[in-house]
Design a protein around this ligand. Structure first.
Ligand code: GDP
Ligand code: FE
Ligand code: FE
Ligand code: FE
Length: 196
């Protein structure tokens, strides 16, 4: 897959090398599987393959970054400061989008939003956002209980699969007695209210 230069001046190869430096090998393999799954979903649902590939390659760019530096970026860039109280899991999407923009020169808001929202989803999501949200959940290396059902739904409807992930994530967090970021609840509420 060669990039056309529509979204970034970087080549796919240069992006891969830079992404690989940010994380352990097992996570880099996850990123490659998310890209492969994103491309399949993009083809199936008529999204831009290039945009979905880029969003996938960059989605976990900040996943292993220092939480203190992530906090500084959240605060200095005027992102929701509430995020800093919920650990790096909540921050790595929005902070990753910041690097996608500043390091890789991406200005396409659908790609940036997809990266921003990939952990908690969004009250509204673009096609690229839904593709990434679901690909991150069902890529071929995922083995959690329910992944088969998520894959089945992804074959029928991106919205059904997204709703499934949103609901299961809340249940998972409650069962593990983890704090739930208010944004996660907002997303759940907006999806369930649309469903009924
Ligand atoms: P990954 O980066 O590929 O591991 O996948 P994600 O970015 O989707 O998810 C990172 C983690 O964030 C998952 O384990 C989710 O369960 C967790 N997560 C999602 N929403 C919340 C939340 O509101 N609170 C907390 N504490 N964790 C959350
Ligand atoms: Fe992530
Ligand atoms: Fe991921
Ligand atoms: Fe989990």
């Amino acid at each position: 897959l060669a990039y056309t230069g529509s979204y970034t001046d970087w080549t796919r190869k240069a992006i891969l090398a830079e992404v690989e430096k940010q994380m352990k090998p097992s996570r880099f393999q996850h990123v490659l599987r998310v890209e492969a799954c994103s491309i399949e979903l993009a083809e199936k649902y008529g999204a831009s393959v290039e945009a979905c590939s880029l969003a996938a390659l960059l989605h976990d760019f900040s996943k292993e970054h220092d939480a203190k530096i992530m906090k500084e970026i959240v605060l200095s860039q005027g992102m929701d400061s509430e995020m800093t109280g919920y650990g790096s899991e909540i921050m790595h999407g929005p902070v990753g989008a910041y690097y996608a923009e500043t390091v890789f020169g991406i200005t396409d808001e659908a790609i940036l939003d997809a990266i921003r929202q990939h952990t908690i989803g969004g009250e509204t999501m673009s096609l690229i956002g839904k593709v990434l949200f679901i690909a991150d959940y069902i890529e071929s290396g995922r083995t959690f209980k329910g992944v088969d059902e998520a894959r089945r739904l992804a074959g029928i409807s991106l919205d059904e699969a997204a709703y499934f992930k949103i609901e299961k994530t809340i249940i998972h967090l409650v069962k593990k007695e983890l704090p739930i970021y208010p944004g996660t609840i907002y997303v759940y509420n907006s999806w369930i209210q649309r469903k009924v």
